[in-house]
Design a protein around this ligand. Structure first.
Ligand code: FMN
Length: 369
């Protein structure tokens, strides 16, 4: 495995490609498109296997699922059918050989000993290709299913902080006691250890100051939304500074939606088709959950943000010819994004066109080998 000297870590997430690529959200119904536009995509394991095989064939570095327990309503009940992430990752780990596989894990739903054990086992199954997208739970409808009420926002991150510290100790130490604000561990012990010596790759998509601080302290990568290139650059700089304050380095991940066709017009029409068929009820539910008050923005800005969610969960839009999509990815790389997680309306159909037509351009541009 290739190794990035500065971090001492190895595996697909740390290879020498300046721009790494992954596939986001294939474990949930509708993937990332909050739209009723027709697609052959289904969140079945067989379909996920096909997508994983193609992603590996074209050299993608990662598969990251969405962590979801309940849909967002609307006519599509967006994400309402959602495969559980650890079992999904374990099965894919056994059926792939190169690509990194993640579980997006809500820390409040699983004890750190159970999560650390599952993670170590999947890391063994995959030969050191496993990672955890650590999320605190932000969709209260689904968190309420677990009983009790969701913790106050910043408390969630204190809880996640302790959770991660325990998981890390289980992965790296022989036996320990722990007594903290949320957990008491007596004789903490875990075997088998993960293949990756310091534990599976950790990522987190916190946006708030508490979320960013948590990522800066503990994560290998911060996963963020890039609304504009300028805004994205500011987040990257902020995260680098926050990590440096803890004597650490952190990689940056962003999501993007791809609509790539032979001509720009075809791509624009296809993008418009997704938006015209948008599930606006589910989109409104997502944006309300995100705390976006449409009245605080002018109508055009609110509409533009909503369209981004409809097309691909707020992902940066890469819409156009293969050259334009490659150029868009190069711009994301230029602002400091290390890995872009892609979604398509129809993953299985569209990933091959991307692999055949965009990947070679990224290689030509020196972004990938
Ligand atoms: C690109 C992206 C992907 C996310 N994926 C998930 C997910 O799969 N499951 C989940 O519960 N939350 C997910 N979140 C929500 C984040 O974990 C986080 O709660 C949210 O960005 C708000 O940030 P904050 O927690 O710092 O306030 C995602 C956020 C972003 C930006």
């Amino acid at each position: 495995m290739e190794e990035l000297a500065e971090t001492g870590r190895s595996g697909p997430m740390f290879n020498a490609n300046r721009l790494k690529l992954g596939v986001f959200g294939t474990n949930v119904s509708n993937g990332c498109a909050v739209s009723l536009a027709p697609t052959s995509f289904e969140p079945t394991f067989e379909h996920n296997l096909e997508i994983a095989a193609k992603a590996e064939h074209y050299g993608f570095e990662a598969l990251v699922p969405v962590g979801r327990w309940k849909g967002f309503g609307g006519p599509s009940d967006f994400n309402g059918t959602c495969m559980e992430v650890y079992t999904w990752a374990a099965a894919l780990a056994a059926r792939t050989s190169e690509i990194a596989i993640f579980a997006t894990s809500h820390v409040s739903t699983i004890h750190p000993i159970v999560a650390a054990k599952q993670a170590a086992t999947i890391d063994q199954i995959s030969g050191g290709r496993f990672g955890v997208n650590v999320v605190c739970g932000w969709f209260s409808d689904e968190m309420d299913m677990f009983g009790g009420s969701q913790m106050e926002h910043d408390t969630r991150y204190r809880h996640a902080d302790e959770w991660v510290q325990i998981a890390r100790r289980l992965w790296t130490e022989q036996e320990f006691d722990h007594e903290g604000e949320f957990f008491k561990i007596k004789g903490g012990y875990l075997l088998p250890k993960p293949v990756q010596k310091s534990g599976p790759v950790l990522i987190n998509a916190g946006i708030s100051p508490a979320g960013r601080d948590f990522a800066a302290r503990h994560m290998d990568f911060s996963f963020t939304l890039v609304n504009t290139l300028e805004g994205g650059r500011e987040v990257v700089e902020d995260m680098h500074q926050r990590a440096a304050a803890y004597g650490r380095q952190i990689g940056m991940i962003a999501n993007a939606v791809v609509v790539c066709r032979e001509t720009e017009q075809e791509a624009r029409d296809a993008y418009q088709h997704i938006v015209d068929n948008g599930d606006w009820v589910a989109t409104e539910n997502i944006l309300t959950t995100f705390g976006v008050q449409s009245q605080s923005m002018d109508d055009a800005a609110a509409r533009a943000m909503a369209e981004r969610f409809v097309a691909g969960w707020g992902g940066y839009p890469l819409v156009g010819t293969p050259e334009q999509v490659a150029e868009g990815l190069a711009e994301m790389s230029k602002i400091g994004i290390d890995l872009v997680l892609l979604s398509w309306l129809d993953y299985n159909e569209e990933i091959s066109f991307f692999g055949e037509r965009v990947m070679p351009l990224l290689k030509q541009a020196g972004l990938r080998s």
